[in-house]
Design a protein around this ligand. Structure first.
Ligand SMILES: [Zn+2]
Length: 290
């Protein structure tokens, strides 16, 4: 990772690389929670809800939503400040959502795992960007049922560019097929489901998200991703049913696709093989060599 001469992280001791990566993840996580909070509001305003405040990702500076007091740097340290303030605003003592430290911790952990699995390389940095975007998409979808094109479409192009620049021609072809098949597979499922039941099981955002996962992880990863996502979705539906928190409403599928994608990113083919997906892989591999 010779981004800056003299700062080549591949020369660092491995623990130092992991430590710096985790810190980077925590700090980025702090920014991600701003995106998660503001992007849906910005979108809704652009769709005509003009009574919403005119904000951007950078303006205004972080402030308490209850009392508008600005957050100073001491109270803006990832996770630590939230613990130190016992989850309350330093000024008005109103509770601060657990989502903020949660997203920061998740980003820190994901970044650590990618740094550990992929080592000190530019590829690892690119994969961190991929994982951070997935985290934002999962939380926004869980909270608002939106998967903004603003994030999904650039993620497709970024994946293709990444493989164009850093992978072999075969892997680039897998990425290209992955984007295409990712979109088309859910698109067809959507129509089969709609024609059979007259209901919409998912939205166009899900197709674009799977296209992005296919672009980054390749076409052979799509089947394990869909299987993992369905398992994860079923599990959550079951838990909600047991807790009587589910009244049959459609549940967002994006977070489960993200779970599938991250498991493949971090676990790789060992996971896919553990799930005994060899036959499925043969079928996709075959479809793909046609
Ligand atoms: Zn406050």
């Amino acid at each position: 990772m010779a981004l800056l001469t003299g700062l080549d992280a591949s020369l660092w001791p491995f623990w130092l690389w992991l430590f710096v990566a985790t810190l980077l993840g925590l700090v980025i996580g702090s920014f991600l929670s701003v995106v998660i909070y503001r992007l849906p509001l910005m979108l809704r305003r652009s769709w005509g809800e003009t009574d919403l405040p005119n904000i951007s990702l950078a303006w205004p500076a972080s402030h308490c939503p209850a009392c508008q007091a600005p957050v100073n740097w001491k109270h803006n340290l990832p996770v630590i400040s939230w613990l130190f303030l016992k989850g309350r605003c330093a000024n008005c003592k109103n509770p601060i959502s657990r989502l903020y430290p949660g997203v920061e911790l998740a980003a820190g952990l994901l970044t650590l795992l990618i740094a550990w699995r992929y080592g000190a390389s530019f590829q690892a940095l690119a994969l961190m960007g991929f994982a951070w975007t997935l985290l934002v998409l999962a939380v926004i979808d869980a909270q608002t049922r939106l998967l903004p094109d603003f994030l999904t479409l650039p993620l497709v192009w970024a994946g293709l560019t990444f493989h164009w620049l850093y992978s072999s021609p075969e892997l680039f072809n897998q990425a290209f097929a992955g984007a295409l098949l990712g979109y088309l597979s859910l698109w067809s499922l959507y129509w089969v489901f709609k024609l059979l039941t007259g209901r919409e099981g998912m939205g166009y955002g899900d197709f674009k998200l799977l296209a992005a996962l296919g672009a980054w992880l390749g076409a052979p990863a799509l089947v394990p991703i869909i299987l993992l996502a369905s398992l994860s979705g079923l599990l959550v539906a079951l838990i909600m049913k047991l807790r009587k928190a589910w009244a049959g409403q459609a549940l967002p599928f994006g977070p489960h696709l993200v779970v599938g994608g991250l498991v493949l990113l971090l676990g790789g083919w060992e996971i896919a093989e553990l799930l005994m997906l060899d036959s499925w892989l043969l079928i996709t591999g075959w479809a793909f060599t046609l």
